[in-house]
Design a protein around this ligand. Structure first.
Ligand code: FES
Ligand SMILES: [Fe+2]
Length: 347
């Protein structure tokens, strides 16, 4: 029987490794499922990703610099082009040839504020035209975003179970936007598990001042809303009524370390007067309000990480103790993790 806690990721999907704003002409090191990758921008602003290991002495190329669009290693100054070929050794003598020491280039895309990497089979990528998850709210003027980074010492299955199991609102107390969730519907398709809960939401974003509900509990009042959560393998999306959309973009590092980006969007759709204002002004509002939910989102993340890491620690104990689960969403999520891991093994 496959153990969900040791499942591989299905590599034939796009995974996030960084936010666009984190990558400049100064190289940075990122990791994705046992791969160490150096990311950098060339002088035209285009992003490139190479194996983060200089073939000369195996130091990290992320210590180096971008010189005329080539990545230069910090140690002896060897340079590499975007395909990973060594193009220059500063002390090469006339009778020596450049060594044939290619490093691996990665397929990447920049979209909706993130850098995405595809580690899988290039033929499958082209045949199936696999695309990164889209976040239309990222650029849309009617949405205000907040990003929080999740970095936890646990297998990614613990994180997705946490995100799909809305009964854990119990943990979040004052940070959570809703309470009293009840599972109403659960469905699974080829690549998606969808759970619909009925919940009592604290927030209603229908007046401009309602944004202040995020800071002052006394402005909140409970009302029924639908809370939908979707595991769109390998990422997650949730919708609370019409006002809030949250994404979690996964970036699993290895079997016991998971990074992810949680992106919270508050909708301004209810403010029809706002939409009549000039675009530059709406953009200004979007930019000024960016990060409004930071304290709340970081607080939620901190509480979740603590629980998720304890689950992993309990799992890693030599003495195995069984769990007792009553939410059917969890078995649907585990089945998806296992099925995707299996399809990776077949590919
Ligand atoms: S280790 Fe990179 S140039 Fe020598
Ligand atoms: Fe949570």
């Amino acid at each position: 029987m496959i153990d969900v806690r040791t499942c591989e990721i299905n590599l034939n999907h796009w995974y996030v490794v960084a936010q666009s704003k984190e990558v400049s002409t100064k190289p940075i090191a990122v990791q994705l499922w046992h791969h160490s990758i150096v990311l950098y921008r060339d002088n035209q602003g285009k992003i490139h990703g190479l194996e983060n290991s200089c073939p000369h002495r195996r130091v990290q190329l992320s210590e180096g610099k971008v010189i005329n669009n080539f990545l230069e290693c910090a140690y002896h100054g060897w340079q590499f082009n975007e395909q990973g070929d060594c193009t220059l050794i500063p002390y090469l003598s006339d009778n020596q040839a450049l060594p044939n020491c290619k490093i691996k280039p990665y397929s990447l895309q920049e979209s909706d504020g993130f850098i995405w990497i595809f580690l899988g089979d290039k033929e499958v990528l082209e045949e199936q035209k696999i695309q990164p998850m889209s976040l239309p709210e990222w650029e849309h003027l009617n949405y205000i975003g907040t990003v929080s980074v999740i970095d936890c010492q646990a297998h990614f299955s613990f994180l997705i179970e946490n995100l799909m199991d809305m009964y854990h609102g119990h943990l979040h107390d004052n940070y959570q936007a809703w309470t009293g969730a009840q599972l109403k519907d659960l469905s699974t398709t080829e690549e998606e598990v969808r759970a619909t809960y009925e919940a009592q939401s604290y927030y209603k974003i229908d007046k401009i001042w309602s944004i202040s509900q995020l800071f002052f509990p006394r402005f909140r009042s409970l009302h029924s809303e639908q809370l939908m959560v979707r595991y769109i393998y390998p990422h997650w999306q949730s919708q609370l009524g019409a006002d809030f959309t949250i994404y979690c973009l996964f970036s699993p590092i290895n079997n016991t370390h998971t990074r992810a980006y949680l992106i919270h969007f508050t909708s301004l759709n209810a403010f029809w007067r706002l939409h009549k204002l000039p675009r530059w002004f709406r953009q200004l509002i979007k930019d000024k309000l960016w990060g409004t939910a930071q304290t709340m989102l970081d607080g939620l993340v901190e509480q979740d990480i603590k629980m998720i890491e304890q689950e992993q620690q309990a799992y890693s104990q030599p003495l195995k103790r069984r769990n007792y689960e009553i939410n059917p969403t969890i078995s649907a999520v585990q089945a998806m993790v296992k099925k995707q891991a299996k399809s990776e093994a077949i590919n």
